[in-house]
Design a protein. Structure first.
Length: 100
């Protein structure tokens, strides 16, 4: 069981990165759809750009949210005593490295 955990972790990390990419594209496409709807509703071409700006803003917000989540995770790792600088390596720690 312990040997499959790293494999599953890689899959979850890859899916998380893929979902960020997809959310960026979807946010921009929804913004463009809003812009097209505004253009058809008002007849003014410049309202299309309002939707594009909304979509790009939503995509940037998604990236920022993912950044905060990743930073929080890294901050938790920094507090972990196993990763502190100047820590001595013990014999049982070396066995942990061989699993990965």
């Amino acid at each position: 069981m312990s040997q499959e955990e790293p494999k599953l972790k890689k899959v979850v990390d890859a899916a998380d990165g893929l979902s960020l990419g997809i959310s960026i594209v979807v946010a921009i496409l929804i913004g463009i759809a809003i812009g097209i709807g505004l253009k058809k509703l008002t007849g003014a071409t410049w309202t299309l750009w309002i939707g594009v700006v909304i979509g790009i803003g939503a995509a940037v917000n998604n990236v920022y949210i993912a950044y905060r989540k990743q930073k929080r995770s890294l901050d938790e790792l920094a507090k972990d005593p196993r990763y502190r600088p100047g820590r001595e390596i013990k014999a049982d720690d070396e066995d942990d490295d061989e699993r990965y």
